[in-house]
Design a protein around this ligand. Structure first.
Ligand code: 3H9
Length: 689
């Protein structure tokens, strides 16, 4: 099946790519393009060539799913070489997006015309890569390294208007882009243009200096990602060697990066983020309900943050409390957060005013009567939630989606007090709700498919990454987090200190370790929840009993003198921990960073295996997306299940079994799914549908 259609219009050969959904440069497309260029050069009826594409994208880049597999000829650099060497001029007609290899195709052409709505970019950096088909050499030659380098470093696309200004495009049109490209091709043919020359006039001394300045800054901020120095090296070679040699440098670096575990992880995340949108039982035929207005119940930190999400997305929202005082507090807190954004320059005073205007404060549930969706973010107590939903059932309009933002509680128990369990689900936001991207959408047996579709569509509109999960204590994220929290406690009692535990996780790539995180959130949160469930955690409980509740009290696992944000080791806490070990008759022993890491993460993976077996998460990738967007798991580590596969499930199963035996805790024994996969020599990735 050919994916590139060839025809001749007037005197111009037209090669049209048709590889839905985004015209990725699969082997078949590459072959089709190469053939079209060859054919046009041999075709007496054609004086020039236009490369165009059908659908919503010109070309979204290389086919990412082909990376890591044996390469299939023709390779993209060879196809682009053929385009660049074409004796007849080639023009790209760009609509939608021209990204990565897609923009590199356009760069190998003699001319480029784009629709005004088009976006152009080199996003390879986000996949842990650099452009690998001439982008690092051709783009700077066209627009200068000082403009090209930031595009490649950020990976963010630019608009057609900006690209025209940069000199990346010859023309921007609002009508028929193919017709415009044909016209340009005719002009270039008339001018007698042949193979592409490798321009050097943009590569001035001033451009070189400007680039070096940007490169120095980029290298300082690179945070260990190998593709940033690689990008700098590739672009630098522009100024040091001829085009062909620069291409070789780029190719070598690109191939090294493709093979790197960090890029593999980022590619896994790319596909997992897209797969998560596919919800079993909620196909594209299920129409979401229309959401024109919302109500949020509870003006605390979470409720306020959720209301801000609506206001930021342009959806009017009513913020409801039981009394005026907490409502005023909530509104003041929201205004203060917007003020900080204005001070930082990320929000204009007008936008701040507009957003605040979209939030209507109200006392009493009756104010939720007209909302298309109601999100309850009240106190985390089942009685409180049931009372609210009983009230909501009376006032909410028929067909309104009724959601609870509970982090742990049972959604069917909440839904059961209403006469409409088909409309009730969980929408679990993560703190701070206006910042964190994760949204766990909790489905029940009874909830209607279109209610789930509504929550998913709304989540996207709010800029979130919605992940549909099953009902069960702590759902996916917090259920696994609890394993990490327990592991922290075990490590403290056995011999590790808070700063050692935190260092193991920050060394792994987390922004914060569990102790610093608990200090920031407030230790009373976990304490209250443990008391409610009759659970003990000797160290954490003792710290709370001493009145040290974290940063807000100046002490927790660490000391925070004079409002410091970074904690210092606290000799009193360390002595308290040693006392607890001694009371249990335990001899404290040192733990290496690797051992700490394994003890923190292995039990999480084990819980992940249980979550999968129970169907609480649909796919291993869903769990990875939850941890990356809800808990700052470093994306280049791919998420807990991807990480487990890279370590080897047999290794993890063995470590868990040894720990279970050492501590005498059956809960640490490898879960059946983990055990089975380990025995079969498989990873979680092999479970993919
Ligand atoms: C590169 O080009 C390297 C070169 O320099 C050198 C090579 C030698 N490949 O996001 P969506 C799929 S690196 C394979 O939901 P949207 C995607 O999985 C590449 N598949 O739509 C999904 O599949 P499904 C540089 C791809 O409208 C479907 O298309 N390029 C690719 O929200 C729809 O995607 C990039 O990094 C791909 N390249 O956004 C661009 N792209 O329906 C990556 C998409 O089965 N892509 N798919 O789940 C994007 O940024 C967005 O997908 C795009 C569309 C903006 C294009």
């Amino acid at each position: 099946m050919t994916m590139v259609r060839y025809e001749v219009r007037g005197h111009i050969a037209l090669a049209t790519i048709d590889n839905p959904p985004v015209n990725a440069l699969s082997a078949a497309v590459r072959a089709g393009l190469a053939e079209a260029i060859q054919r046009a050069n041999a075709d007496a009826a054609a004086v020039a060539v236009v490369i165009a594409a059908t659908g919503k994208a010109f070309i979204a880049g290389a086919d990412i799913s082909e990376f890591g597999k044996p390469p299939v000829a023709p390779l993209l650099p060879d196809v682009l070489d053929a385009i660049a060497r074409s004796r007849k001029p080639v023009v790209a007609a760009i609509q939608g997006v021209a990204l990565g290899g897609g923009l590199e195709v356009a760069l190998a052409c003699q001319g480029r015309v784009a629709l005004a709505s088009a976006k152009l970019g080199l996003p390879e950096i986000k996949l842990g890569l650099i452009p690998g088909a001439g982008g690092t050499q051709r783009l700077p030659r066209l627009i200068g390294a000082a403009k090209a380098f930031p595009m490649m470093l950020s990976g963010e696309p630019i608009t057609a208007g900006q690209a025209l200004e940069y000199g990346l495009l010859d023309e921007v049109v609002s009508g028929d882009v193919v017709a415009a490209a044909v016209r340009l091709a005719e002009v270039l043919a008339e001018e007698g243009r042949g193979p592409l020359a490798h321009a050097t006039e943009r590569l001035t001394e001033a451009d070189h200096e400007a680039f070096e300045l940007l490169a120095g800054e980029a290298l300082r901020k690179a945070e260990g990602m190998p593709n940033v120095p690689a990008l700098v090296e590739a672009v630098r070679s522009l100024f040091r060697m001829p085009f062909e040699e620069g291409l070789k440098v780029e190719r070598r670096l690109f191939l090294e990066l493709v093979a790197d575990e960090r890029s593999k992880a980022l590619r896994h995340v790319f596909f997992a983020e897209r797969e998560v949108a596919k919800v079993p039982g909620v196909g594209p035929e299920v129409q979401p309900r229309e959401i024109r207005s919302a109500a949020v119940i509870g003006a605390g930190t979470m409720g306020g943050g959720i209301a801000m999400c609506f206001a930021n997305a342009g959806i009017p929202v009513t913020l409801i409390e039981t009394a005026q005082a907490p409502l005023d507090n909530g509104m003041n807190r929201i205004a203060a957060i917007y003020d900080i954004s204005v001070q930082r320059g990320s929000l204009t005073p007008e936008a701040r005013a507009q957003r605040l205007k979209r939030i209507t404060p109200a006392v009493g549930l009756i104010a939720a009567a007209t909302a298309d969706i109601v999100i309850e973010a009240a106190f985390e107590e089942i009685g409180v939630k049931r009372d609210i939903f009983t009230g909501l059932d009376k006032v909410a309009k028929p067909g309104a989606v009724l959601a609870s933002n509970t982090s742990y509680l049972d959604i069917p128990t909440i839904a059961a007090v209403t006469s409409r369990p088909q409309d009730v689900l969980g929408m679990h936001f993560f703190s701070p709700a206006n910042v964190m991207k994760l949204l766990e959408i909790v489905r029940t047996q009874e909830v209607a498919a279109d209610a789930i579709a509504t929550a998913v569509a709304l989540g996207r509109k709010l800029g979130k990454v919605p992940v549909v999960v099953g009902n069960g204590f702590g759902f996916v994220g917090n259920r696994m987090l609890e394993q990490r929290t327990r592991a922290t406690e075990r490590l403290l009692v056995a011999g590790a200190l808070p700063h050692e535990i935190d260092a193991a996780l920050t060394g792994f790539g987390f922004k914060m370790g569990p102790c610093a995180m608990a200090d920031l959130a407030g230790l009373d949160i976990g304490w209250r929840s443990r008391k409610a469930r009759g659970i003990k955690a000797a160290v954490a409980d003792a710290i709370c009993e001493a009145g040290w509740l974290g940063q807000k009290t100046g002490r927790g696992y660490y000391l925070y003198p004079q409002g410091a944000r970074v904690g210092q080791r606290d000799p009193e806490v360390e002595a308290l921990i040693a006392r607890i070990s001694a009371e249990r008759g335990l001899t404290r022993r040192p733990f290496s960073q690797e051992e700490i890491l394994a003890r923190l993460l292995d039990p999480m993976v084990n819980e992940g295996a249980r979550i999968l077996a129970e169907g609480i998460a649909t796919r291993p990738g869903d769990i990875d997306v939850v941890w990356i967007h809800g808990y700052n798991w470093p994306a280049w580590r791919g998420g807990p299940m991807f990480w487990a596969d890279s370590v080897g499930l047999d290794v993890i199963a063995k470590r868990l079994a040894a720990q279970a035996e050492e501590i005498g805790d059956k809960a640490l024994e490898p879960a059946p799914l983990l055990k089975r996969l380990a025995a079969e020599g498989r990873g979680f990735g092999s479970l993919k549908s």
